[in-house]
Design a protein around this ligand. Structure first.
Ligand code: R1P
Length: 343
């Protein structure tokens, strides 16, 4: 750490750089694709306009942010590494640097529980979390507790999914026959191993986990480690604190605070949850809208694993499609932070 940090609550440098991503206001766009690997981020960045030269910052904590223009529109590619805690840094710190709406597409890899072939592209309609129950006695077994917990699913933004599907079909390379799959459910886990049902030298009590997931979660298809946490934070965010004004004076009529559809009350009613906050009738709050496209790298049923050549083909195809989809999503001018020409 080189710079003095001013605030222990939301640590930032004197010039407003957030502590882990290292970016500040003006260096992140409202339209964002997030990935787990540096090479995937750099590949997507090759599609950005050459001029002006994209801004790039590799933070001391290993987050890479590349912000440029795609066909004239500001877009950011953010590489966050792996797992829910990285998502938490990413969403909260980028949100802190942004005004207006935030559109996030996660472009990542996954394992598949169904018979979809490797190389399939899955756009999950929802995601749930599978987390290790830390109170379970993993060393000795525990008759009183379950070793893994399943959360309620959180839906993706349906407009963003459809836009992404269209973009994938219109950028499909000649001869590429990969499936684009909708209407499945994803599970994001807190381990690549234990909570994904892999058998290792640890006593993980997970031999029945995948069968249990298939039995209890309708339409479950993919396992990875980040999507749920993005959807969860997107759906949990209630806009700016009421003391702060929205980006611009109200222009739109009051509507639902979230664009992501809330889970249906009948299927996910939670009596302990407070009633929804009434929409503010004077200010249209900004939103976080999120979706994901997941490349099936591993089939957990056939044990097949994708080849490096196939990964290259998919990354080139999807990399362009996610940018096209972000561009096709409308964000009103008064809900944009980085305007065209400002990067
Ligand atoms: C595990 O190998 C990693 O790959 C998947 C998982 O979610 C986890 O992050 O995603 P990425 O390909 O985006 O990293």
């Amino acid at each position: 750490m080189k710079d003095t940090i001013l605030d222990a609550n939301f640590p930032k440098t004197a010039d407003g750089r957030v502590y882990h991503l290292g970016v500040k206001s003006g260096e992140v766009a409202n339209r964002i694709v997030t990935v787990g690997s540096i090479s995937r981020a750099k590949l997507i960045a090759t599609y950005l306009d050459a001029s002006p030269k994209p801004f790039s910052l590799y933070s001391e904590r290993g987050f890479l942010t590349i912000t440029g223009r795609y066909r004239g529109t500001p877009v950011s590619v953010v590489c966050i590494g792996m797992g829910g805690p990285s998502v938490d840094f990413f969403i909260r710190e980028v949100r802190e640097c942004l005004q207006g709406d935030m559109l996030v597409i996660r472009f990542g890899s996954c394992g598949c529980l169904t018979d979809l072939p490797v190389g399939s592209l899955v756009l999950p309609k929802a995601s749930l979390a599978v987390t290790r129950n830390l109170d379970f006695d993993f060393a000795n077994g525990d008759p009183w507790r379950v070793p893994y917990r399943l959360s309620k699913p959180i839906p993706a933004d349906s407009d963003l999914i459809l836009t992404l599907q269209r973009a994938l079909e219109s950028t499909r390379p000649v001869g590429a026959s990969g499936l684009v799959v909708l209407n499945t459910v994803n599970a994001s886990t807190d381990s690549f191993y234990s909570s994904q049902g892999r058998q290792t030298s640890f006593q993980d009590h997970n031999s029945g986990l995948i069968d249990n997931l298939k039995e209890t979660i309708q339409d479950i298809a993919t396992l990875e480690m980040e999507t749920y946490w993005i959807f969860h934070l997107a759906a949990s965010w209630r806009g700016l604190p009421s003391a702060e004004p929205a980006l611009n004076p109200p222009r739109l009529s009051a509507g639902p605070v979230f664009s992501s559809a809330a889970p249906s009350e009948s299927s996910h009613a939670d009596p302990s949850r407070p009633p929804p906050r009434p929409a503010k009738d004077t200010v249209q709050q900004p939103t976080i809208r999120a979706a994901a496209v997941q490349m099936v790298f591993a089939s957990r049923s056939s044990q097949e694993f994708i080849t490096p050549e196939h990964v290259s083909l998919l990354e080139a195809w999807c990399g362009q499609a996610v940018l096209d989809a972000l561009l096709a999503m409308d964000i009103p001018q008064d809900r944009l932070h980085l305007q065209e020409g400002s990067v």
